[in-house]
Design a protein around this ligand. Structure first.
Ligand SMILES: [Zn+2]
Ligand SMILES: [Zn+2]
Ligand SMILES: [Zn+2]
Length: 188
């Protein structure tokens, strides 16, 4: 990095190149917004902010050659999330942010609960969304499994099942999964 760029980066609090890209994206977004063209090519919904904006080629230029790359008529705009190739809707951590599939926006990973079973190690919904979902889903019935009356012992908030049955079912599922795995290992 040259000395002047280093100074610029220090003032901006980010690499100078990153800042330039960000500024360019903000300018493009602002112009699109003024012309009410900040609409996603893929899903048809409004792109709410510059962070969520990506430039995209309608037709892939890899097959069509460089003229397709530079052809402005081949350029369109989409949400970051919609820009992923079909069949590749993978959740990735982008710049320390993750997509919340409920409020449809990128949020810092600190806004997500840890969830081991997810590829990213974070839950699909942000904390705000999952908390409000959990609050809204509130079961009231007795245990579907053993018939225990709700209120007489610990129950799952969101399901008509007591904790004892729930834990047993989880354990049974775990044992089945392990059995399935060893079965597979023998066959392969
Ligand atoms: Zn979209
Ligand atoms: Zn959310
Ligand atoms: Zn039960």
């Amino acid at each position: 990095m040259t000395k002047s760029n280093q100074r610029k980066s220090e003032i901006l609090g980010m690499p100078f190149g990153t800042a330039c890209n960000k500024l360019r994206r903000m300018v493009i977004f602002e112009l699109l917004r003024r012309h009410q063209e900040n609409v996603c090519f893929k899903c048809g919904k409004v792109i709410p902010n510059a962070e969520d904006l990506t430039l995209e080629h309608k037709e892939t230029w890899l097959d069509g050659g460089s003229s397709l790359f530079w052809d402005l008529n081949n350029i369109t705009f989409s949400h970051k999330q919609c820009n992923l190739r079909k069949g590749f809707v993978r959740r990735e951590i982008v710049d320390g942010s993750l997509w919340c599939s409920n409020c449809k926006q990128y949020k810092p990973v600190s806004c997500f609960h840890r969830e081991k079973k997810q590829r990213t190690d974070y839950a699909l919904l942000c904390k705000d969304c999952s908390n409000s979902k959990r609050k809204s889903v509130k079961a009231t019935g007795n245990c579907n499994n053993c018939g225990a009356v709700r209120g007489t012992q610990a129950f799952r908030r969101s399901h008509n099942i007591c904790m004892r049955c729930h834990n047993e079912l989880v354990r049974a599922r775990y044992v089945r999964a392990r059995a399935g795995k060893s079965h597979q290992a023998i066959n392969s």
